[in-house]
Design a protein around this ligand. Structure first.
Ligand code: GDP
Ligand code: MG
Length: 310
């Protein structure tokens, strides 16, 4: 049997307090390093990257999912073979409460989103530890299966870590085959940097001719995250475009800086959608004649993202 590796994106949805954060932590198991350190009140796009021997599961937040998906899949298309935009799914976290199952607005919205995009829906019925009798679960399971047309409904206790392995298996089963997008030890904020760099690179591709993108790299040098600032959530990014020759630098910058300015203007709203906050983006261009040939320079400039970083 040949070994299949799966990699993809699952959007985690559900009303506040159903236990999404607790569940994401449980799904990560011991690999807590990847969990986003920011509180769930912010609109952090990537929640976690779950690495398994045969799979990489990228969990993202609800807001901005559509844009994030676009960004991620663009990144994936470049770095991962055979991945398609429609191959992954939605994880709805819901809570069992009482004997009479019901489906609220949030659940209905998740269903609609999943249906509209043709993505499969998996439901995690959380907090089963609170049930006095296990039989209380049965009407809920049936209801969620029938009403939501879920691929499967998995009863879990995120708090006690019950049912987590089956849930993880179900989610991984939804993912398309493909290489990992992120190195196994990548932190969430590095993942965000990577995606921001991809969005800049995309504009570089759109704004310049063939030759440039092939010999250019984009790296985000500084990432000041002030999304926790309630008054003015903002991220300040400094991006560096690295090219091989002085002449290429001229092309990227453009006359009087017009090209780099329009690239920055085009990338900014996309990065804002990705990060869920206002973004200040400063781009510079640097010439490094050796970066594509020099292995360590390639790593330094953020390429080789499918391999583990040193
Ligand atoms: P979120 O708002 O959906 O991210 O929910 P949180 O993960 O922050 O959890 C909200 C509350 O529910 C916290 O007090 C958790 O400890 C609690 N909680 C989460 N999962 C479970 C569970 O499986 N069982 C019980 N009893 N409580 C849980
Ligand atoms: Mg939360």
């Amino acid at each position: 049997m040949s070994e299949v590796f799966r990699c993809g994106v699952i959007a985690v949805v559900g009303r506040p307090n159903v236990g999404k954060s607790t569940l994401v932590n449980a799904l990560l198991g011991e690999k807590v390093a990847i969990v986003s350190p920011r509180p769930q009140t912010t609109r952090t796009a990537i929640r976690a990257i779950v690495n398994e021997p045969g799979a990489q599961l990228v969990l993202v937040d609800t807001p901005g999912v559509t844009t994030l998906r676009t960004a991620l899949h663009k990144a994936m298309r470049r770095s991962v073979a055979n991945s398609t935009a429609d191959a992954d799914g939605v994880l709805l976290v819901a809570e069992v409460h009482g004997d009479t199952p019901n489906v609220g607005d949030e659940e209905q919205r998740a269903l609609d989103t999943a249906r509209a995009s043709g993505r499969p829906l998996v439901v995690a019925l959380n907090k089963v530890d609170k049930l006095r009798r296990k039989e209380q679960l049965l009407p809920w399971l049936a209801h969620f299966e029938q009403t939501l047309g879920a691929r499967c409904v998995v009863p879990v206790s995120a708090l006690r870590k019950d049912g987590i392995d089956p849930l993880r298996r179900e989610l991984i089963a939804l993912l398309p085959e493909g290489e990992a997008i992120f190195p196994a030890d990548l932190y969430t904020d590095q993942a965000e940097r990577f995606l921001c760099a991809e969005l800049v690179l995309e504009q570089l591709i759109l704004h310049t001719r063939e030759e440039i993108p092939h010999s250019a790299a984009v790296v985000i040098d500084s990432f000041e995250d002030e999304r926790d600032n309630a008054e003015r959530p903002i991220c300040r990014l400094t991006g560096r475009i690295i090219v091989e020759r002085e002449s290429q630098k001229g092309v990227v910058v453009g006359k009087g800086g017009v090209r780099i300015k329009s690239m920055s203007q085009a990338a900014r709203p996309q990065i804002e959608a990705l990060l869920g906050s206002q973004v200040y983006l400063r781009l510079t261009v640097e010439v490094d004649p050796n970066w594509t040939r020099n292995e360590s320079a390639v790593h330094e400039h953020g390429y080789g993202m499918n391999e583990r970083l040193p």
